[in-house]
Design a protein around this ligand. Structure first.
Ligand SMILES: [Zn+2]
Length: 375
C-alpha cells in the first residue's frame, strides 16, 4: 500500500540555490524533450520513446548543457517521464500537445527517486540533508519525493510503499447515508454530525491581503510581495482544509463498510466563482467565500471517501439527489412544506420531526434499497 506524507522543508541558502537550479533544469529538459517529440511527430509521424530521450541525457551533459551535471539526474529522468505521460494523455484525447513549462508558473516542482530519511531530515541527491517539519513515520520504502516551491515555501510529498498489497478489508457490514451541507458539513444517518472547518480568521486575513494587493501598483515590487503574501494565506487555508478532510474521511471510511452519498452537481466550484488571487470577485464577502470553500471541499471529500473506502475494502455508492431533502424518511411523503426551515424537518402527513440534514441522510441511505429493488 502507498502512503503519502507531506512535509515542509527548511533548506539553507546554499540548498535553496541548488533546489532552484533543479527546478530550472527539470523544466528545461521537459521543454527541450517535448519540443523534440513534437518536431519528430510533425516531420514524419514518428514517436520518440521515453527510453530514447533519457538515453540522450548523458550526451547533453557532456556537450552543450554541462550545467545539467549539477543537479539530481533522476529528477531529469523523471521530468522526461512526466512529459511523456502528459504527451500521451493529450495524444489520446486528440487535444494537440501539452504546454511548455513556464518559469513564471506560481508552483515549481521536481520529482526524484534518490532520497532518504536520515535523523528526521530529508536527504536529497546533490543537495544533502534538509531540515523538515511535519514528518510522520509510516514505515515502508521511500519511493519518490516530489519537491515543490510555492508562495515562498518549500514542501515535499514523500511517497512510501510498505509493499503490503492491501490492508485488511473492514467487512463490518455497517452501511451509512451521508448528507453534505454548508451549516453542518456532513450528517450521517447514524446520527453523527460533523461541523465544517472554521476559517473565519483565515478568511478575514485573506480579505485584508486582497485589499492590500488591490492598492499596489501593477508591476511594482510591492505588488509582487503583496501577491506572495496572499498566495501564502491561500496555501494555508488549502492545507488546513485538506487536513480536515483527510481526518474526517479516514474516520468515516474506517467505521463504515458502505457509504451512500448524493451525486454532486458541480456548480460554483470553479475558480470563476471566487475569482483569482489577483482579482477576487467583489461579491464573495466573508460568508460567500466561506460557502465557496465549503462547496469546493465537497468534491475533494467525496474523492477521498471513494479511494479510502476502496483501499479498506469498502464501497461508496452514489445516488440521485432527487427529493432527499423534501421526503419524509418515516412515511415517504414528499412535499416542500415538510421542510420547515434550513435545519428543521416536519412531515405534514405523519407529523414526524427530525433535523433536516439527518432526515436527508436517512433518505440517501434508503434510496439504495429502492435502486436495488428497481433493478
Ligand atoms: Zn411522514
Amino acid at each position: 500500500m502507498l502512503n503519502i506524507v507531506k512535509v515542509r522543508l527548511y533548506p539553507n541558502e546554499e540548498q535553496k540555490t541548488i533546489l532552484h537550479k533543479t527546478f530550472g533544469s527539470v523544466r528545461f529538459v521537459y521543454n527541450i524533450m517535448l519540443d523534440k517529440k513534437i518536431k519528430a511527430y510533425e516531420k514524419d509521424k514518428t514517436s520518440i520513446s521515453t527510453f530514447t530521450l533519457i538515453k540522450e541525457l548523458p550526451q547533453m551533459k557532456k556537450f552543450d548543457f554541462e550545467w545539467l551535471k549539477e543537479v539530481d539526474s533522476t529528477a531529469l529522468q523523471q521530468s522526461i517521464k512526466n512529459m511523456d505521460k502528459a504527451y500521451q494523455g493529450f495524444f489520446k484525447l486528440k487535444r494537440g500537445y501539452p504546454k511548455f513549462k513556464s518559469r513564471h508558473h506560481s508552483k515549481q516542482t521536481y520529482q526524484t527517486t534518490t532520497a532518504q530519511i536520515k535523523n528526521e531530515k530529508l536527504y536529497l541527491a546533490k543537495i544533502g540533508l534538509i531540515e523538515m517539519r511535519g514528518f510522520r513515520e509510516f514505515g515502508g520504502k521511500l519511493k519518490t519525493v516530489s519537491v515543490s516551491f510555492e508562495a515562498n515555501q518549500y514542501h515535499a510529498s514523500l511517497l512510501f510503499d510498505d509493499e503490503k498489497e492491501f490492508i485488511q478489508p473492514s467487512h463490518n457490514g455497517k452501511k451509512v447515508g451521508l448528507d453534505i451541507g454548508v451549516a453542518i458539513f456532513a450528517t450521517l444517518s447514524n446520527g453523527k454530525m460533523h461541523m465544517p472547518l472554521k476559517l473565519d480568521k483565515e478568511i478575514k486575513k485573506i480579505k485584508k491581503a486582497q485589499k492590500s494587493l488591490s492598492r499596489k501598483k501593477k508591476g511594482s515590487n510591492n505588488r509582487i510581495k503583496s501577491k506572495q503574501k496572499l498566495q501564502k494565506k491561500h496555501l494555508k487555508i488549502s492545507n488546513k482544509r485538506k487536513d480536515f478532510l483527510h481526518k474526517l474521511s479516514n474516520e468515516i471510511t474506517s467505521e463504515n463498510q458502505t457509504i451512500v452519498i448524493e451525486k454532486l452537481k458541480i456548480k460554483n466550484m470553479t475558480k470563476s466563482a471566487i475569482g483569482t488571487v489577483e482579482e477576487p470577485k467583489k461579491s464573495s464577502g466573508k460568508r460567500g467565500l466561506n460557502r465557496v470553500i465549503t462547496q469546493q471541499s465537497w468534491g475533494i471529500f467525496f474523492e477521498m471517501l471513494k479511494y479510502k473506502s476502496e483501499k479498506k475494502g469498502g464501497e461508496v455508492i452514489e445516488v440521485d439527489p432527487k427529493f432527499t431533502s423534501q421526503k419524509c424518511s418515516c412515511c415517504g411523503h414528499i412535499s416542500k412544506e415538510n421542510r420547515k426551515s434550513q435545519s428543521k424537518f416536519k412531515c405534514i402527513q405523519c407529523q414526524f420531526e427530525l433535523n433536516a440534514d439527518l432526515n436527508a441522510s436517512i433518505n440517501i441511505l434508503n434510496s439504495v434499497g429502492h435502486m436495488e429493488k428497481a433493478s
